[in-house]
Design a protein around this ligand. Structure first.
Ligand code: NAD
Ligand code: 13P
Length: 345
């Protein structure tokens, strides 16, 4: 019919919130989009019933996005190949540790529609020895679709409740930016497009490492001055890391866009990485235990990112140039006391 068909891969807190926005826009702009939007839900039996049936009957994803009504044209679907059938616009939004399994299934012949485009809202990086890659680039390489990135100051529940916020999309072409803007832009979710796919991706990944430092500061009982210092140093390391290792990325993505400074601020005050790191500094329990205890099935992204970034910088012999990232790694994984965070910064 020439209309675009949207598929959302992922149904955690952010997956469900983004799927809600995309489905509302698909319904309103039905000259441009198929009204049905499918969302991949990993099947689970909840109180004796399959989760997909519960979501499709109640239009609630009570496990990951409590009390938020989902649009009726958003259909929870258990099998990936059915989710992407005939889809021309594919949104990737699974926690980063599950992306490889998803891509193996999607890269089988005949699963994806030729000419489809993708966008990644996943926050993290992929490291192999001295190589580092964004998930947009990994997706593009594995399944062959051009891939944009979406990232911003977007705590999922606040977005889903319709509280005003902004986000940034980094797109490889002007055509992609117009398409993804049509999918996501809404009065309370303002989308700004930039050409910097790497900057947008790295902003989202690296702020999670800084948010762990912010959580340590909270757990130690320090005040606003210390946290402001951590944010300033963190933003500087984030920006320099991206400019050093990703050719063509832009400083302004970090200083001016939601995917830079704004996401850093919201995550360091209201995010899950901050919350779990505060508990880590207070209780001394390992992060896996804290994640289970505090997040009810949601996934922490910052600790794995801190480890990947550390491995990459070590392989490149550049650890010393990023002292805050390195401190977060040593506190999280090598038993350094949280109060050492600020020593020598
Ligand atoms: P989440 O943290 O709510 O994680 C839950 C999801 O993980 C569920 O859909 C669950 O089915 C799935 N899951 C659990 N085990 C799995 C497995 N073995 N295989 C496959 N899936 C499994 O997820 P989220 O918050 O939607 O996060 C997705 C991405 O979005 C992350 O990279 C995150 O950083 C990013 N993000 C999150 C927020 C937020 O506020 N939650 C905001 C912006 C970006
Ligand atoms: P947390 O994963 O720390 O909750 O951050 C969410 C986020 O990315 C907000 O933009």
């Amino acid at each position: 019919s020439g209309k675009h068909k949207i598929a959302v891969i992922g149904s955690g807190s952010w997956g469900s919130a983004l799927a809600k926005i995309a489905a509302e826009n698909a319904w309103k702009r039905n000259g441009e989009f198929h009204s049905e939007v499918r969302m991949w839900v990993r099947e689970k039996i909840v109180n004796g019933k399959p989760l997909t049936h519960v979501i499709n009957r109640t239009h609630l994803n009570s496990r990951y996005l409590p009390d938020v009504k989902l649009p009726r044209n958003l259909v929870a679907t258990p099998h990936l190949k059915d989710v992407v059938k005939d889809a021309t616009l594919i949104v990737f939004v699974v926690p980063h540790q599950f992306l490889h399994t998803v891509l193996s299934e999607l890269s089988r012949p005949g699963v994806l529609t030729p000419g489809a485009r993708a966008i990644s809202a996943i926050k993290g990086v992929e490291v192999n020895g001295t190589d580092i890659e964004t998930f947009a680039s990994l997706i593009e390489g594995r399944v062959g679709t051009p891939c944009s990135a979406l990232s911003g100051a977007n705590i999922a529940l606040e977005v889903a409740q319709g509280q005003f916020c902004e986000t940034t999309i980094g797109c490889p072409s002007h055509e992609d930016s117009l398409l993804w803007q049509a999918v996501f832009d809404a009065p309370t979710f303002r989308v700004t497009a930039v050409e910097d796919v790497n900057g947008v991706s790295l902003g989202g990944a690296l702020k999670n490492v800084v948010a762990l430092a912010a959580g340590f500061v909270d757990g130690l009982g320090y005040g606003g001055n210390t946290k402001a210092a951590i944010l300033r140093i963190g933003l500087k390391e984030m920006t320099e890391f991206c400019l050093e290792f990703f050719e063509g990325s832009q400083r302004e993505t970090f200083s001016n866009e939601s995917a830079g400074i704004a996401d850093l601020i919201t995550t360091c005050y209201g995010g899950r990485n901050r919350k779990c790191a505060e508990e880590f500094a207070k209780s001394g329990q390992p992060f896996e235990v804290i994640e289970k205890k505090l997040l009810n099935g949601q996934k922490l992204q910052g600790t794995a990112t801190a480890e990947e970034v550390h491995n990459f910088l070590r392989a490149r012999k550049r650890v010393h140039a990023y002292p805050l990232f390195e401190k977060v790694y040593q506190i999280s994984f090598e038993g350094m006391a949280p109060k050492q965070l600020v020593n020598g910064l």
